[in-house]
Design a protein around this ligand. Structure first.
Ligand code: ADP
Ligand code: MG
Length: 598
């Protein structure tokens, strides 16, 4: 057998398989070239998801006629690193993209520098078929048509125009977020999809992902050693059903890394339900020796030298920002636009009957809510008999004069035995009592855990709970962790657990079988992917849900105020353990609008 050199068009085609897999990856290479060329505006047009045509026009430095020819040669690049290859700051430098793309499409390139005339070059599947002068402003215009049309082996991996378009949109978003100082447009089949002017990074992120992020997002800026993280994350209450709007940029370059998913999950642990996801755009800047961006030809994967440190920076930075935002809830405009409030004429059945006597202190209990979390029964039972509508106002002893100065105001009544209505200085506050209380129980459990173990409430007669064997295994394995949380259990035969004590903050009414089942499910889902600390935190959240005041329980004004004051004093009380808001506020201005006074 003799060894032969591969013909160059074949080499290019092989490279194309690595660098350009689909229209979106060609698009990525072209736009990156435009950014490397110092463009201040990049205009992109796609037809049929890019399958028919990808066109990128920029106003960057442009190329001379000679450089254009050279740019189509393999490993020809103007971005040759003088210094170490790790220190390259441009997007490209391998000189593979243009020859690869041109070998698997019909490729038209027009370019002009500031001080030369424009030139045009047409290449059909690696073969130059046309060239000549072209009229265009300084910059570059590249058109890629029929990508992989003549390469059936590749073509069959392409999907529908719709999903190719989605991939291209994702590429555009990432690059436009990475370069907020550049203006971008994207047209798909003649429709304008993206149009952004140069703007600040947070403005750019909001413009591309969700304008409401301006009000429901938190800005980040944290430093750790020589690493820095900036960016925007959504408030826990402003979440999504998919983790698709989570972006990571390393030294200005969009990357995909699984580390992001885990770090975000850690940062929002106990603030979001497992099936809800935050929106995030994180920009990491770290010394080039800390990161290897070039592990993949398309340069979208990274390798961090200190992955734990990076994770810590992300989790810690977001945690702190959330902490500082305190009991901040989602912006009321998003949750309760006046339009969403029912305005009904007085006298309809659903408005409280003015003639119905106010059920004054009938249900009032003088004792303090905080001392009896998860208090049972009589109250719930009575609530069940109370005829609808369950709106109820209680003549409160005149609230202390400064009551209205509290951020969550003074309790004025309870609605549907589920919501507390309070009057604050600047508006009307509505609290979901179950969601709020659940949060408080969790925070109490946490506070109690700082330093020592949570108090246990021993059961007079230990309770046996039958469960399937794998669940028993999981619980038995976690018995020490659970003991720290105040739950004392032991294995009782192959298919049962014995409960000796439950966490005191959950109150007396905990139902052991449900509690154990939920914890077992939680443990199964977490697996070993999560640190012990995170595991304990998540399990504590599950427990808190079992110990909180249910919707439907009548509260006294005293209890309501105690709940409000405790919420104010508790971090993260603005959202329940599942990321739903615990309270909303209707400002005076909004009320006036409802009544047409403004
Ligand atoms: P790389 O970006 O890795 O250098 P490419 O194949 O993507 O390789 O591009 C080859 C060269 O062509 C670049 O180094 C650059 O000099 C030139 N080039 C490509 N696109 C543009 C553009 N839009 N404006 C100016 N020069 C460009
Ligand atoms: Mg390039």
């Amino acid at each position: 057998m003799s060894i032969r050199r591969l013909p160059s068009d074949l080499i290019n085609r092989i490279a194309a398989g690595e660098v350009v897999e689909r229209p979106a990856s060609a698009l990525k290479e072209l736009v990156e070239n435009s950014l490397d060329a110092g463009a201040s505006n990049v205009a992109v047009k796609l037809s049929a998801g890019g399958l028919e045509r990808v066109e990128v026009v920029d106003d960057g430095c442009g190329m001379t006629r000679d450089d254009m020819a050279l740019s189509l040669e393999r490993h020809a690049t103007s971005k040759l690193p003088d210094a170490a290859i790790e220190d390259v700051v441009s997007f490209g430098f391998r000189g593979e993209a243009l020859p690869s793309i041109a070998s698997v499409s019909r490729f038209t390139m027009e370019s002009r520098t500031g001080d030369s005339d424009g030139w045009k070059l047409v290449v059909d599947h690696g073969e130059k078929i046309e060239e000549g002068p072209a009229a265009l402003p300084p910059g570059t215009r590249i058109k890629v048509e029929g990508l992989f049309d003549k390469v059936p082996a590749r073509r069959k991996f392409l999907r529908t125009p719709r999903s190719e378009y989605t991939a291209s949109l994702d590429v555009m978003r990432r690059l436009a977020m990475a370069a907020p100082q550049v203006g971008f447009t994207l047209d798909h089949d003649g429709r304008r999809v993206i149009e952004v002017q140069p703007q600040s990074p947070p403005e750019r992120v909001a413009a591309l992902l969700n304008p409401q992020l301006q009000k429901n997002g938190l800005g980040l800026d944290t430093q750790r050693g020589d690493m820095r993280m900036t960016g925007v994350v959504s408030l826990p209450t402003f979440n999504r059903g998919m983790g698709d709007q989570q972006y990571l940029f390393v030294n200005g370059r969009p990357v995909k890394d699984r580390l992001l998913v885990g770090a975000l999950r850690g940062a929002y642990r106990d603030l979001l339900a497992r099936d809800r996801h935050p929106i995030a755009a994180l920009f990491l800047d770290l010394p080039t020796h800390e990161v290897d961006i070039n592990v993949h030809p398309a340069k979208t994967e990274v390798r961090f030298r200190d992955a734990q440190g990076v994770r810590g920076l992300i989790v810690g930075g977001i945690r702190r920002a959330l902490e500082e935002a305190g009991h901040l809830s989602a912006n009321r405009e998003q949750l309760a636009q006046p339009a969403a409030w029912q305005v009904e004429p007085v006298g309809t059945t659903s408005s409280p009957n003015p003639e119905r006597p106010v059920e004054a202190a009938a249900y009032a209990r003088p004792d303090d809510l905080a001392a009896h979390p998860g208090q049972p029964s009589v109250w719930e039972a009575r609530a069940a008999f109370a005829a609808p509508p369950q709106a109820r106002a209680e003549i409160a002893e005149a609230p202390p004069p400064q009551a209205a100065q509290y951020p969550l105001g003074a309790a004025r009544g309870q609605v549907a035995a589920t919501y507390i209505v309070a009057e604050a200085e600047d508006g009307l506050v509505i609290v979901d009592q179950h969601a709020a209380h659940e949060r408080l129980v969790l925070e109490r459990m946490r506070a109690a855990r700082e330093g020592e173990e949570i108090k246990r409430q021993p059961l007079l007669i230990p309770e046996t709970v039958e469960m399937d064997e794998t669940d028993c295994e999981r619980l038995e394995e976690a018995a020490d962790e659970l003991a720290q949380l105040g739950l004392e259990i032991e294995r009782f035969g192959p298919g049962a657990m014995l409960v000796r004590a439950t966490p005191a903050p959950l109150g007396q009414k905990v139902k052991a079988p449900q509690l154990l089942a939920d914890i077992a499910a939680e443990l199964a889902e977490l697996g070993s992917s999560v640190t012990l600390r995170d595991r304990i935190d998540l399990v504590a959240g599950t427990m808190a849900c079992h110990g909180s005041v249910r919707a439907g329980r009548i509260l006294s004004v005293h209890e309501m105020n105690a709940l409000l004051r405790e919420m104010e004093a508790t971090p993260h009380s603005g959202q329940c353990n599942h990321g739903r808001p615990t309270w909303v506020k209707l400002a005076h201005g909004d009320i006036e609008k409802l009544f047409g006074r403004k």
